[in-house]
Design a protein. Structure first.
Length: 323
């Protein structure tokens, strides 16, 4: 997923995920996440504790965050397994990583639900301290540029990168409509989540289809990926595109694994980043230090293993590492 009004067009990135890495990622995710969902003890969602000044990196935080004891997180909490609701609690990859960061920083990460394409607006208006929602780190977002018009629409954000994922296509199981890649979507219909890289990529690919006289791609954009899945189940579209961990999770869990299947390879692998307002460099740097700490102490690896997404791990956090 990628949140904000400025997703980077897929054509602007040239990196493709290697087929071998994709196969490993699929195997790890599909064998790893099923039995662990909701068992992660960190939860990460609702604010429950007070600030702990004895935490290793508490002093690195801005004074306002120290006093509040809470970092407010903007997130679209409907994107399993990255973040979603289970038994009334916010669970998933992002909440678990946030909880591990909280141990280093001595504050609680409070997840606040919002539609995906409005998260950076909430960040700019200071409704949130940060946005964490499987958001792809791109140059356009860093610079506040609308990817379609290439016009400046905001001041941009800084990212602390923490994961790597690409984009996948999935169809009804046993009814692929001969779709094996984006090239096969010309003249067909696809559902995506609004404001995401999948949304942007679908538009770009549709333009290519039209130029080749193969018929444009019918694109239906929804507020959540779950709505896109429902549309596919109902037969309203031929396929759905979303980030690989989400696609694989849907294939594994929906209808007991009988609803969907992934077609073709994962493409456009890029980093997920925690978004922080440009002027909030102290919080940004504290988050980076905390990410580095949980990578070194093993807490990060535990989260990756819990959700079966080891193939998306990073070795060190970067600021604005996206292209």
């Amino acid at each position: 997923m990628t949140a904000s009004s400025t997703p980077r067009p897929a054509a602007a990135r040239s990196r493709l995920a290697a087929a071998g890495a994709i196969a490993v990622a699929g195997a790890l995710l599909l064998t790893g996440c099923g039995d662990q969902r909701g068992k992660s003890g960190s939860g990460g969602g609702e604010a429950t504790g007070k600030a702990s000044s004895s935490a290793p990196l508490f002093a690195k935080l801005p004074k306002s965050v120290q006093d509040a004891g809470v970092i407010k997180v903007g997130s679209d909490i409907a994107y399993p397994p990255v973040e979603f609701k289970k038994d009334g609690k916010t669970v998933g990859i992002d909440p678990d990583i946030a909880a591990a960061l909280g141990k280093q920083l001595g504050v609680t990460f409070e997840f606040n639900n919002g539609t995906f394409d409005t998260l950076l607006t909430g960040l700019r208006s200071k409704r949130y301290d940060m946005a964490m929602s499987a958001m792809t780190d791109t140059k356009d977002r860093q610079e506040g540029v609308d990817s379609k018009t290439q016009k400046k629409v905001g001041e941009g954000v800084d990212f602390v990168d923490y994961f790597t994922a690409g984009v996948s296509i999935y169809t009804k199981k046993g009814d692929t409509k001969d779709i094996k890649s984006w090239d096969d979507l010309c003249g067909k219909k696809i559902a995506v989540q609004r404001g995401t890289v999948s949304d942007d990529m679908a538009k770009s690919e549709s333009d290519k289809c039209e130029k080749a006289d193969k018929g444009k791609i019918g694109i239906e954009a929804f507020d959540t990926d779950l709505e896109a899945q429902t549309r596919l189940k109902a037969g309203g579209v031929d396929a759905v595109s979303s980030d690989f961990p989400v696609a694989a999770y849907a294939v594994k869990t929906s209808g007991g694994g009988n609803d969907f299947e992934i077609v073709g390879d994962q493409v456009e692998a890029a980093p997920y980043g925690i978004a922080v307002a440009k002027g909030n460099t102290q919080l940004r740097d504290a988050l980076k230090e905390a990410m580095d700490a949980i990578i070194k102490n093993g807490d990060y690896a535990k989260v990756m293993k819990t959700w079966g997404v080891e193939a998306g791990t990073i070795k060190e956090p970067k600021i604005n590492g996206g292209s």
